[in-house]
Ligand binder design. Sequence first.
Ligand SMILES: Nc1ncnc2c1ncn2[C@@H]1O[C@H](COP(=O)(O)OP(=O)(O)OP(=O)(O)O)[C@@H](O)[C@H]1O
Ligand SMILES: [Mg+2]
Length: 396
Amino acid sequence: MSRADTQEDLNAVIRQHSELLAAQLHSQRESLFPPDASKSMRKFTSGEAAALLGVNDSYLRKLHLDGKGPSPEVSSGNRRHYSAEDIQNLRVLLEKTARKPGDYLPGRRAGDHLQIIGVMNFKGGSGKTTSAAHLAQRLALTGYRVLAIDLDPQASLTALHGVQPEFDLLDGGTLYDAIRYEDPVPISSVIRKTYIPNFDLIPGNLELMEFEHDTPRALVDKREGPLFFARISRALGEAQGRYDVVVLDCPPQLGFLTLGALCAATGLIITAHPQMLDVMSMCQFLLMTSDLLKVVRDAGGSLDYDFIRYLVTRYEPSDGPQTKITGFMRSMFQDRVLTHPMLKSTAIADAGLSKQTLYEMGREFFTRSTYDRAVESLDAVNGEIEGLIKQAWGRT
Ligand SMILES: Nc1ncnc2c1ncn2[C@@H]1O[C@H](COP(=O)(O)OP(=O)(O)OP(=O)(O)O)[C@@H](O)[C@H]1O
Ligand SMILES: [Mg+2]
C-alpha cells in the first residue's frame, strides 16, 4: 500500500464532519422546536405576568373579569396564562391611565440617549453570551425596545435565538454587511424580528471575521469613510430611533470588532468568573484594552461611558476560593463590581443546552427551588443594570 493511500485528506475530513454536524444540528433544532423548527415564547402564569408589569395579580384578574385588555388563556383550576404579546398589550393599556408617564412603558423619553451596552471580556466562557441574552430578553419583557447584536463569529447568541448560521444565513445577514468597507447595506436590512415582542436580533456568523481581515487593508489604503472603530457606532445611528437599548455580545478576543463595540457603547459590562486564572487573564485584557484605547482615542474615537461595571458570573457562594477572589475584586474595583453576582445554576446550563434562556423555560421543568434561585439571581443582576440605564437617563 502506498503512503498516499493511507494518508487522510484533512480538508475532506473537515468538510465531511462540518456537513455532518450542520445536518445533525438542523435535525436537533427540528426536534427541539416542532412543528416547523422555529422558536416561540412560552406563556406566562398570571403571577409572572403581574410581576413583569409591576401590578398585583388581583388587579390583573379584575382587568380580565371586567373584559379589559387581552384575554388570557384560562386552563383547569381557573389558571390564567398570558402570552408575551398579551403582556405588551396590557402594558400599553395600563400606560394610558398611569399615574406617572413611563410607569408601564419605561423606555426613552425626549432627550434620552440610546443605551448601547457592550458585554465583553476576552476570556472565553466568562458568561458573556449568557449574560447578554438574559439581559436583553429581560429588558424586552419589561417593556424596553431592545436590539441584540451578535458580534461573535461563533454565533452562540444567534443559535440561542433559533437562527442556525449554516442554514439561515447563507446570503449574509450579519452586522458585517452594515459595517464593511465595500458597499455597506443599511442596518435595517440585517435586523430580524424574533419570537419575543420588543426584541430584535442581528445574528452573527463566520462572515464577521472578514471585518478583522478587511480592516488592516483599509487602514493601509487610507479608505474613505469612518475608521474601523467608528463603523458600528455609525451603523447603529441609523436605527437609533427604533430602540431604547442595544446589547452587544462581543467575541472572546480584542479584535477590531470588539474595539468597534467599545467605541459604540455607552455602558460596559465586563463579565468575570471568579477564579485565579480568569482574573489573571482579565488583567491582561484590561492592560491590552487600555493600550489600544489610547490609540483609538488619539485617532478621534469616543470613549465616554455612562457606566462601566464588572459582573461576577457562574458564582458559587459555597466555594471558598471563589468568595475570596470576589472579595479581592470588590476591594480593588469597589462600586464598579455589580452588587449581585450571577449564580452558577444547573437550570441556566440546562436551558442553554436546549438553546433557551431560563426566561424562556417554565418553572415546571425544574426543581422549584433551583429554578427560583436562578431566576432570582438573573432578575437581580438585570434589575441592577436596568437601574444604571435609568440613572443614565436622569431618573431615580
Ligand atoms: N450562571 C451560569 N450557571 C451555569 N452555567 C452557566 C452560567 N453562565 C454560563 N454558563 C454556561 O457556561 C458556558 C459558557 O457561557 P457563555 O457561552 O455565556 O460564555 P461566553 O463568555 O459567551 O463564551 P465565549 O467566550 O465562548 O463567547 C455555557 O455553556 C453556559 O451555558
Ligand atoms: Mg459568547
